[in-house]
Design a protein around this ligand. Sequence first.
Ligand code: PHE
Length: 378
Amino acid sequence: MPLSRRNFVVSTLTSALLLAGCAQKQDNLKIGEFASLTGKEAAFGQSSHKGTQLAIEEANATGGVLGKKIELVTEDNQSKAGESATVVKKMISRDKVVAILGEVASSRSLEAAPICQAAKIPQISPSSTNPAVTETGDYIFRVCFIDPFQGVVMAKFAKNTLKVRKVAVLTSVSSAYSVGLAKYFKERFAADGGTIAIEQKYSEGDKDFKAQLTAVKAAGIEGIFVPGYYTEAALICKQAKDLGLQVPVFGGDGWEAPQLIEIGGAAMEGTYFSTHYSAENKTPAITAFLEKFKQRFNQETPDAMAALGYDSALVLIDAIKRAGTTESAKLREAIATTKGYTGVTGTTTLDAQRNANKAAVVVAVKGGKFTFVEAVAP
Ligand code: PHE
């Protein structure tokens, strides 16, 4: 073969291979996920990611969706402000993802939402509970309850179960989640005749809460509500005990992480928080999830973030199937009309505000473990 001819063959072959490579890539249906895999709230992101991963692997094992394999593109925002916007833009423009799953923390979901909305790429947050997340626009969804409900659950729990009438609230002013949950709790607790005797503030990353807790102690309260994330919540419980405060401390879903007990130790005994799911509340869907999770990750008790991460991916896959396309307006419409989808965290029906109405569970810390207390219907 003359040299020129051979070169032609080689280059044609190369192009054919390149084309095949591209075609294969295009054949994958890409879903983006952004999560706090490292940094301050790594427990949230790692757990949520496992659930998401499991759901996608399962879908791929049964043939994928629309005849394609799903490729999960995951980006770590390192729990840092500003990073979610960067990685979400990248996934939309570089990876051409058809939809985005994330985040756990409301502040980070709120960062991504305007970007997804502007690009008309549906975003489904597994577990961000601040109302403003889905209020961003009609391309933004969540598969969990919202904080106006969670605030009511804990206000009622404080009044009816803990029987406290005079409480302190410690809010993390740099967290959209904390500010919102504090507000909804206070509104309901006061409406039910309770007294918010004192409010104190802190910021994410703070380590010393003695000044706030000293003021709280002087106010003669019967309970302390801490609507924050696990690291600060655990430190607050510890320092409250150190100051001799013996009253019950309670919080919301942001408390849920093994680190709560690792950091807080014995000071966490007798504390309570509300969340989305308990592995002890064994419905058939939860039992099946526990088995699959154990097989895949060798971990016995997946938490709420794992369960919601799993459900968020399944709700998206179900919508892609119903839409029969990943064309954004049609996919958006299919997600919006999600109705009666049974997952691990209950049945997902998205309302006109693109939120799910689901039961909450209250968990107690007992013997160094999270134990199921009650489920509260919406
Ligand atoms: N709901 C919290 C938020 O909006 C995040 C969270 C969900 C934390 C579930 C723990 C468990 O910021």
